[in-house]
Design a protein around this ligand. Structure first.
Ligand code: GLP
Length: 282
């Protein structure tokens, strides 16, 4: 896997947007896996700018979002459909019928979850999946305890997530107690995964995900088993990674380390590009 530590959240958003833009250019009908939360906003802004400059065409792009709250009407301003329309879909030329989110208002949620998995398969699978990370190490709404084989399903949110996400609602009592989320097993089928993290409140989750045990207690730790996964970290989010672990390659068999931002090689020693793979390349 590759871990890149960037100086600012702007650079993190830019780096993520560049990766996604390359994939869209390389395959105009690419299938994107998209995420919500505050962390992807800078990336979405950068993608919108590229579209406005005529450098990116979304007309054949297909997307699947990771998750949605259960019970929030589609037009609720904290619903994830509303978020995606407002921050990306309404600002680019993506065809709305090509954009998919789990339906948290479905009367038969189990059937909706199964149909969502089928729709991803029918589209040919996800080419590149964006992920954020929760303060407790969750990815999408796969809370601690979520297994490696888990699929799209209804989950109960932990009190920590309800508290964290209450900043977007009038008060904590308004935060839904359940959500629909793609499972760890579902997202691990994406051909490529990009996790972005920003801010000191993510530092512990990032350190556990990259250096701790691979365990359901920290769902993001499973990403280390994915063959093509990149973590793009703003420097505060990377601040709890141990220099020793950076050098030894998180226990992987081989690793290289280099400066990712040659314009600022002297800044705090945190501009690393790390590439890890189980095998030493020939
Ligand atoms: C929510 C979402 C996750 C997201 C996380 C972090 O719980 N379900 O997909 O990664 O929040 O959000 P933020 O980027 O706002 O910190």
């Amino acid at each position: 896997m590759e871990v890149r530590v960037l100086d600012t959240s702007d650079e993190m958003g830019q780096a993520a947007a560049e990766l996604f833009a390359q994939r869209i250019e390389g395959k105009p009908d690419v299938v994107l896996g998209l995420a919500t939360g505050s962390t992807p906003l800078k990336m979405y802004d950068a993608l919108v700018r590229l579209y406005e400059q005529g450098k990116l065409d979304f007309s054949h792009v297909v997307s699947f979002n990771l998750d949605e709250y259960v019970g929030l009407p589609t037009n609720h301003d904290q619903g994830y459909r509303y978020f995606m329309d407002k921050n990306l879909f309404d600002k680019v030329n993506i065809a709305k019928e090509n954009t998919h989110l789990p339906d948290g208002m479905a009367s038969d949620l189990a059937a909706m979850c199964a149909a969502y998995e089928e729709a991803i398969k029918d589209a040919g699978g996800i080419d590149i999946q964006l992920l954020g990370i929760g303060g407790n190490g969750h990815v999408a709404f796969n809370e601690p305890g979520s297994g490696k084989e888990s699929r799209t399903r209804v989950v109960d949110l932990t009190s920590e997530t309800i508290r964290d996400n209450s900043r977007f609602f009038k008060d904590e009592s308004e935060v839904p107690r359940q959500a629909v989320t793609m499972g760890i097993g579902s997202m691990m089928e994406a051909r490529e995964i990009v996790l972005i993290a920003d801010g000191a409140d993510k530092a512990e989750a990032i350190a556990k995900a990259l250096e701790g045990e691979i365990t359901a207690a920290v769902p993001a730790s499973f990403l280390r088993e994915h063959p093509n996964c990149t973590f793009l970290l703003e420097r505060e989010a990377a601040s709890r990674l141990s220099p020793g672990a950076l050098e030894s390659g998180y226990g992987a068999g081989w690793g290289t380390i280099g400066v990712s931002n040659p314009r600022h090689p002297s800044r705090g020693g945190l501009n690393f590009v790390l590439r890890f793979s189980g095998r030493k390349p020939k």
